[in-house]
Design a protein around this ligand. Structure first.
Ligand code: GTA
Length: 328
């Protein structure tokens, strides 16, 4: 638990703005959550205290393929905020004894509405790929050589990847402009640092920011060479400094890494609290930025030479491409 990183009023202003400012800057009504038809539970996790839902928005024009009316809704219980715990103890609406045994007892505590927030993330309209992404599935590890990258992965990325319009909206200040924590405006070696979609900014325990580079042609780790070292060093140094200044978290408590494979092929760097077990921070997917910099400084073509390992879900098209090529 940690202190709220920002004053409450500021948060409220941002929340109001978030409700009124969609990706193109025009005002839209809130997502009609109460009318959502639940199609299925894609995944639920007791550990993450989150559930991933596939819903259908009634009354929306449905394309022949059924796309357009689909939504993914992620409901997630939020971490405790230290400054609100006293309120939780004092202002609960009901306290029900569940069991008592000697010195041990458990209760159902029902907090007042203002202390029972559920973080709700909506992807709407959601594509089939979004539905697949959140569906619980068997996962396999792939070992991709540079030749595999060129003959299997790159053609797949060019034909299939997720839209990165949301990235361009941030870089062009069409969305989330009021959330920018730091910007280096240099078109070649600059970037924008913003809170990640997954972080509600109420507490530092699950701190999560992303740095999006201004350059548009760098898709992933595989494109990096020594030419990108000034950019990567800027992201590392300035990102650390901006987070220390804004949130008071020292660099020694940050995990700063890139994903391979990413979901979005516009180079970005994840900054998460070291104590937070963020989705995608495990060894099969995360590459520490400091190590990436060292590798490139030793060998400019390091990431065009070495094999890279990553997990793929069994029904992902990229997995099928590796299977067809006899590489799984
Ligand atoms: N600020 O509009 C955005 C935005 N979008 C669309 C994505 N991101 C955004 N940030 C802002 N505004 O950290 C963030 C994502 C992610 C990063 C992209 O950009 O939150 P990536 O390209 O490496 O893709 O990173 P990644 O990691 O696969 O994406 P993502 O969405 O984090 O999914 C990884 C897994 O985490 C999912 O399969 C799921 O199991 C889990 N997960 C995803 N979203 C949530 C969530 N909201 N709550 C809990 N778990 C989640």
């Amino acid at each position: 638990m940690a202190e709220s990183p920002r004053p409450k009023r500021k948060r409220e202003e941002e929340e109001e703005a978030a409700g009124a400012e969609p990706h193109d800057g025009a005002a839209v009504p809130a997502f009609p959550l109460a009318e959502l038809r639940l199609r299925r539970v894609l995944r639920e996790s007791a550990r993450e205290k989150a559930v991933f839902l596939h819903g259908e928005v009634p009354g929306e024009a449905v394309s022949p393929s059924g796309e357009g009316a689909n939504a993914v809704v992620i409901l997630e219980k939020t971490p405790f905020q230290e400054e609100k715990i006293l309120d939780l103890l004092k202002k609960h609406t009901k306290l029900e004894l569940q069991m008592r045994n000697d010195i041990y007892s458990t209760y159902h505590l029902y907090p007042p509405p203002e202390l029972s927030e559920i973080k709700t993330t909506v992807v709407y309209p959601a594509t089939e790929k979004h539905l697949q992404k959140y569906l619980r599935q068997e996962v396999h590890l792939i070992r991709e050589t540079w030749e595999d990258y060129k003959s299997i992965t790159l053609p797949f990325i060019q034909s299939q990847s997720f839209s990165i319009q949301w990235v361009y909206n941030i870089l062009e200040k069409k969305a989330e402009a009021d959330r920018i924590v730091h910007e280096n405006p240099d078109p070649c070696d600059g970037f924008v640092l913003v809170p990640d979609l997954k972080w509600n900014q109420n507490q530092l325990d699950d701190l999560y920011l992303i740095a999006l580079i201004h350059r548009r042609e760098v898709k992933s780790l595989r494109d990096l060479t020594a030419e990108h070292l000034p950019l990567l060093r800027n992201v590392l140094q300035e990102g650390k400094e901006a987070i220390r200044k804004r949130f008071g978290v020292p660099a020694s408590q940050l995990r700063i890494y890139l994903h391979y494979q990413p979901s979005y092929y516009h180079l970005h760097v994840h900054f998460t609290a070291l104590g937070y077990d963020a989705p995608g921070s495990s060894v099969e997917r995360a590459h520490l930025l400091a190590d990436v910099i060292d590798n490139l400084a030793m060998d400019s073509t390091y990431y065009q030479k070495r094999a890279l390992t990553f997990p793929l879900r069994a029904d992902e098209l990229l997995f099928k491409k590796f299977q067809e090529a006899g590489r799984v």
